[in-house]
Write a protein that binds this ligand. Structure first.
Ligand code: AMP
Ligand code: MG
Length: 420
């Protein structure tokens, strides 16, 4: 039987990614409690309704006074002021500072009326109701004006911003107990193969455990999606179709399959996708992970037509993970509302030669370490597409460009880390 390879275009990673991303857009917004927004993306512009800080306050523990009173004060010529009040943070002063007086004041306390500078404790000595000041203070010294951080009406955060701990803090400072973020995508994960058994089922002769569903679902979680575990489909059109429909019924925004997209006799994923929707099948100029099916499935769910994108990834455990990194991750981040979805890469020195057989971009499992001459990428062993142990030892992938005919030790390559 002839497998018409030439019918399927061989795409670069970028060409394939462009076609994939054309199918995705940010999902609807939802309101979530502030802490649950961590890692999500803002779906609204945040406009400050008040100043931060809301009132002028002291940046130091010290004495609020009038700068003019301390003119010519020095270590040998202190100026003496009368202390009329003791003010903690959180309270307004009852008294007003007038010439010759001071209010003892703690960091963060609102600046008393009449005061125009604060002298820190370190430059003073209190003696009963009097304080000796041993330094001059410029006008405004140690005072944080209202709105020093944010002015009312400003937009400190805008739609599309990723919410990190500092954004959480900013939102809390602005009074947002909940916030609008883009909904997390629900990603259905389906393994295919008659040889697969569930993780806790007995390993019968000829069978292997379904690990892809777990590595893929973990990647979904890592990048902010919600995995829907669809289990294992047998390599039959009927079973695969039924499991895919189950995924759609659960409200999947994206369906990921592994296995069954190559040119073997029982590779039925393409057949099912073609029958149930629209399918592109490509070979992508990458290693591991050459075959990739991509398309959409349309089905009736609860009386309504739904169309869901499908990424059919190769079955080998490393191929499926690398394909996920390159295609599913950007799709998930797009649905989460992120605009900058490209993983940052950096230069590293390859520590061992990587054999080159064909002109595919090679993603090499490496351990990145810092050396005296820069970052080093050390291959973590057997690079076979079924060797998960070299993936376990790796903390990132090094990229050997397709046009390199050889990749010698000492070559400078681009690399990226997994956990980002
Ligand atoms: P396939 O693309 O279906 O031909 O699968 C390629 C290789 O990956 C075969 O050796 C399969 O047994 C293996 N494989 C496929 N799916 C899984 C899975 N879910 N977990 C572990 N190995 C798998
Ligand atoms: Mg298979």
């Amino acid at each position: 039987m002839k497998h018409h390879h030439e019918l399927y275009p061989m795409l670069s990673v970028e060409e394939a990614l462009e076609q994939v991303l054309a199918m995705f857009h940010p999902l609807e917004a939802e309101h979530v409690p502030l802490l649950e927004a961590l890692g999500r993306v803002l779906a609204e512009d945040i406009i400050a309704i008040g100043d931060i800080p809301p009132h002028a306050n002291t940046a130091m523990d010290g004495y609020a006074m009038q700068a003019a009173d301390l003119r010519n004060a020095g270590p040998e010529s202190p100026k003496r002021l009368r202390v009329i009040e003791n003010l903690a943070a959180g309270y307004l002063a009852a008294e007003r500072v007038t010439p010759g007086t001071a209010i003892r004041i703690m960091t963060g306390a609102p600046l008393p009326e009449g005061a125009d500078a604060v002298i820190p404790f370190e430059a003073t000595q209190q003696d009963g109701e009097w304080v000796d000041c041993f330094a001059e203070m410029p006008l405004g010294a140690n005072i944080r004006p209202a709105g020093e951080d944010i002015h009312a009406g400003e937009r400190p955060l805008t739609r599309g911003a990723r919410i990190r701990p500092q954004e959480v803090g900013m939102l809390a400072a602005l009074g947002y107990g909940e916030v609008a973020v883009f909904r997390r995508p629900r990603v259905a994960v389906l393994a295919t193969g008659d040889e697969l058994v569930a993780v806790n089922a007995p390993l019968l002769p000829g069978k292997i455990r379904n690990s892809n569903s777990y590595s893929n679902a973990a990647q979904v979680l890592q990048y902010g999606g919600i995995p829907l575990m669809l289990g294992i489909a047998q390599d039959t059109v009927n079973d695969l179709t039924a499991k895919i429909h189950a995924g759609l019924a659960q409200g999947a925004d994206l369906l990921i399959t592994s296995g069954g997209v190559s040119v073997g006799d029982f590779d039925v994923v393409k057949k099912v996708l073609a029958a149930e929707g629209e399918i592109s099948f490509w070979r992508v100029r990458m290693k591991p992970g050459k075959p990739l099916a991509f398309g959409r499935i349309t089905a009736e769910v609860n009386g309504a037509q739904r169309t869901v994108p499908v990424l059919g990834m190769p079955g080998n455990p490393v191929s499926t993970m690398v394909s996920f990194e390159l295609f599913a991750r950007p799709a998930i981040l797009t649905m989460l509302g992120l605009t900058d979805i490209h993983k940052p890469t950096f230069e590293a020195i390859l520590d061992q030669e990587i054999p080159r057989k064909d002109a595919r971009r090679h993603y090499v499992r490496v351990h990145i370490t810092r050396g005296a001459d820069g970052l080093h990428a050390t291959p973590t062993g057997d690079q076979g597409s079924g060797i998960l142990s070299s993936m376990v030892r790796a903390n990132g992938l090094a990229i050997i460009p397709e046009e390199w005919t050889h990749a010698p030790a000492g070559a400078r390559v681009q690399a990226f880390l997994f956990e980002q």
